[in-house]
Design a protein around this ligand. Structure first.
Ligand SMILES: [Zn+2]
Length: 841
């Protein structure tokens, strides 16, 4: 038997290289029998695992078929992606456990209550959440899930029986269905019958934007904490429903790499993660090592990757009493590719993912009681810690914008964090919090550490290198008033029914309607009004009417001389108030204290037609964030123009052109620059982001004085060079700037301070005249996150925003990303101000 097997494997290896025709046996443990009634992947999807890249449709088909055939598996659809693909979850355990699944779940959740001390874990199943290919073009994970699900359904014998009796496996075969589908298409359409490992082959060079991201080009492995995307929302609901003990996240890395499993860099673990979490991760790692040793695969751990930002799948569990584990497999990209480690086949990468999926559950089985006890103790410890600390909770809100306030509360709600209405209005640190416009989050609840991870500011660090952002403090990202509370005397009822903010209109007017610009969805409202062909104006100074003060940027819609008559206009605006959650006032006179409604200080606003540069050379994340903002939040059409055919596009039909950040300065050539200049001179508004600053400067579209660092390494050894240079990277931190609210870019902001997210090292000198610097970093700008001393010096009093006239048009520059990862609600309005009020700047 053994000899036959060996022969088979050798023969298999040879075949593999020639035609990539592996069989399922290549992946599976061979010392056990498999239930013949369970369909193999090839019988359902028409090809062997690893022969082609599985499309999401086929993956779905197989998982549904498997669930129907196996009494160990139930399947559910938890929602749909932006492209309408189901977001699947398989629950795998014994048929007996399936009968009692709800009580198993309840018992498991009880373990995360602070008063769980008496609970006995010795007979309790452990919960393991295994997810694959959150980056769609790291496809070995999702392809491995076919073989893995088959194994779980079909494997026979006491070992698997015992394992499943003690475990509930939540199997998420595709964390990113839209990205997986996009990548499978790419890899499959280039596959030759004679598989070609030449690294220059087109198969291994995906076109922009690639399958890594989801539909709107988001990196979904940054969204576990902000939960802004449908895929993450489904996942997070499952997470909190089950509070898994182990969560694994199967990725791929560069082709010349081997295989990585966590723990990562020991010095780069978030301080809210307990030390024992890393020790348990390391112990689980010994199972991966043994399993990979057995099949001869190279691997490493405790390097490269960190465990810092809680928005990643392998880190999020660490602040929730679980253990998150990152796997990274060197990628074959397509079906086979030459590498520094020899020819790397797609099946080989799949087998490593399969093998570590299996070693994960073996570790879970053997370490079950230890890991369950760790979870139990975690929640007891953090409860005691919260009882001891002086901070008892947080308050956040905005007296002018209940919608932004609501959206932060929505994140808490998705994480099952409780929050309260205010019992009464109160003022703290000079900020007034009003009932109905603010919430209090007490720390005295299930997971105070998760709340701290979302609310706290951190400016000191044990390491100066970060794999991702170093700060994500949510009330700053939302630009909300907020404070720590040392007592909860102002907390009222806990919010039970969490319903969206309602818009309103005070009545029908024969004169005019007004709404202030502060509420989050006012751009959506204004856009509908302008698209309807109605006239609207913006107030350039504040005024008071009928006892109410209207701030800078108030929108006025006169009733007379419109396309709609007074009744139709009222009906239309009532609909807009409702769909945009805006409060619209009907007024009966134009006479105000301050500028009257007929004043020239009300400027007409034009209908906008916005174009966005995308394609090769543009950073797809930044472009996707803008597309998503316009399309899903403000319901505004935006035309994506690809760099490939930009030269042939007639720009005259657009009022605005947005150039997102790019990797180089050569995205658009000199001819394109001239074309853009001509268009601006004719009245266009050009909006550039981040390193587009260099391109604008080089092409003399914008005069910019940049502050440069004069850093020279002293006493830095050659092998320290990477760390030394890495410490100068501003990976993503939060900084405070002064805001001139009378400048159109500041309309809709209540405070004269604003928090900005920054992940560039571009530092602009301010203009000589103060009114030309509506946004300027303060003298002590760091609010949260890491920046090197040298860079902080450069940042002080520099400006992140420029607006200059050119002919009849405007050139506007933001050096910082105002749309970061869909959760920076607090700065989205800056871009909308540039769009609607650009001509006023
Ligand atoms: Zn990845």
């Amino acid at each position: 038997m053994k000899a036959r097997l060996l022969f088979l494997l050798v023969a298999l290896g040879q075949l593999l290289y020639a035609q990539n025709t592996v069989t399922l046996e290549y992946y599976l443990p061979q010392n056990i029998s498999y239930n013949p009634d369970i369909p193999k992947p090839s019988e359902i999807i028409g090809h062997e695992v690893g022969q082609w890249h599985v499309t999401h449709d086929k993956l779905l088909f197989y998982m549904n078929t498997l669930a129907a055939a196996s009494d160990r598996i139930t399947i559910e659809n938890r929602g749909t992606t932006f492209e309408g693909r189901p977001i699947l979850l398989l629950t795998v355990t014994t048929p007996e456990n399936h009968q009692n699944l709800e009580s198993i779940r309840q018992d498991h959740l009880a373990l995360t209550d602070a008063n769980s001390a008496a609970m006995n874990t010795s007979n309790m199943p452990i919960v393991v959440y295994q997810g694959f290919s959150i980056h769609g073009n790291e496809a070995s994970g999702s392809n491995a899930s076919l073989a893995y699900a088959y194994y779980l359904a079909a494997a026979q014998g006491p070992e698997i029986e015992e394992l499943l009796a003690n475990m509930v496996i939540l199997l998420d075969p595709s964390f990113n269905p839209d990205g997986l589908q996009r990548f499978a298409y790419w890899a499959n359409v280039h596959r030759s019958q004679n598989l070609n490992p030449d690294k220059n082959e087109r198969e291994y060079h995906e076109v922009w934007p690639g399958g890594r991201t989801n539909h709107y080009w988001f990196d979904m492995n940054r969204d576990w904490l902000p939960v802004q995307l449908p895929e993450s929302r489904a996942r997070i609901a499952t997470f909190h429903k089950w509070m898994p003990n182990i969560l694994t996240d199967h990725h791929e890395m560069g082709t010349n790499s081997t295989f990585f499993f966590q723990p990562g860099e020991p010095t780069r673990v978030h301080p809210l993660t307990p030390k024992i979490n890393q020790e348990l991760t390391a112990e689980i790692g010994t199972y991966h090592a043994r399993a990979l040793d057995k099949i001869g695969s190279l691997y490493y751990s405790e390097e490269n990757y960190d465990d810092y930002y809680y928005g990643k799948g392998s880190t999020f569990p660490d602040v929730n009493g679980g253990i998150g584990i990152l796997f990274e497999q060197g990628s074959s990209r397509g079906h086979i590719q030459e590498s520094e480690n020899g020819v790397l086949t797609f099946p080989f990468t799949i087998r490593n993912q399969f093998t570590t999926a299996l070693s994960t559950i073996e570790a879970a089985k053997n370490m079950r009681v230890k890991i369950l006890d760790y979870q139990k103790k975690y929640f007891q410890d953090i409860k005691r810690e919260a009882d001891r600390t002086r901070t008892k909770g947080y308050v956040f809100g905005d007296s002018k914008d209940p919608v932004r306030t609501w959206h932060l509360a929505e994140i808490l709600h998705r994480h099952k964090i409780k929050f309260h209405e205010l019992a009464n209005d109160f003022t703290i640190s000079g900020k007034a919090y009003k009932r109905g416009g603010a919430y209090i989050v007490p720390l005295n609840q299930k997971n105070p550490r998760l709340i701290r991870a979302m609310f706290e500011r951190r400016t000191t660090f044990t390491d100066s290198l970060f794999y991702d952002v170093s700060a994500w403090t949510f009330p700053l990202a939302f630009n909300l008033d907020h404070a720590q509370l040392s007592a909860l005397v102002n907390a009222g009822e806990e919010v039970q029914e969490f319903t969206p903010v309602q818009g309103s209109i005070t009545g029908k007017s024969n004169y005019a309607y007004l709404f202030e610009w502060h509420s989050y969805y006012t751009p959506k409202a204004l856009n509908q009004i302008l698209q309807k062909g109605l006239r609207a104006k913006v107030a350039k100074t504040p005024f008071t009417l009928a006892g109410k003060r209207y701030d800078y940027g108030t929108i006025m819609i006169p009733v007379q001389n419109q396309k709609l008559d007074a009744d139709e206009l009222y009906a239309f605006l009532a609909e807009i108030a409702d769909n945009s959650q805006v409060a619209i006032d009907a007024v009966s006179t134009g006479l105000t204290q301050g500028i009257d409604l007929g004043s020239n200080d009300f400027d007409p606003i034009k209908k906008q037609n916005v174009a966005l540069l995308v394609g090769d050379g543009v950073r797809s994340y930044d472009a996707g964030e803008i597309w998503h903002l316009f399309d899903t939040r403000y319901q505004m059409k935006i035309t994506k123009i690809d760099t490939r055919y930009f030269d042939n596009v007639d720009l005259s039909r657009y009022t605005d052109l947005i150039l997102p950040s790019g990797w180089g300065n050569n995205v658009l050539d000199k001819d394109a620059a001239d074309k853009i200049k001509d268009w601006v001179k004719q009245g266009g508004t050009l909006i550039g982001y981040r390193n587009v600053a260099n391109w604008l400067k080089k092409n003399e579209i914008l005069q910019l004085k940049m502050k440069e660092d004069s850093l020279k390494a002293k006493n830095v050894r050659f092998d320290q060079k990477g760390d030394y240079l890495g410490a100068q990277v501003t990976g993503g931190a939060i900084f405070e700037a002064k805001l001139d609210r009378s400048h159109p870019v500041g309309y809709g902001y209540k405070n004269d301070r604003i928090s900005l997210f920054r992940n560039t090292n571009i530092y602009l000198e301010p203009e000589e005249n103060s009114y030309d610097n509506p946004i300027q970093y303060t003298n002590a700008p760091l609010q949260s996150g890491y920046i090197s001393e040298e860079n902080e010096t450069l940042l002080k009093n520099s400006v992140p925003f420029k607006a200059k006239r050119m002919g009849k048009g405007r050139v506007i520059l933001f050096t910082d990303n105002t749309n970061f990862r869909a959760f920076w609600y607090g700065t989205n309005k800056l871009l909308m101000n540039a769009i609607f009020f650009g001509p006023l700047m």
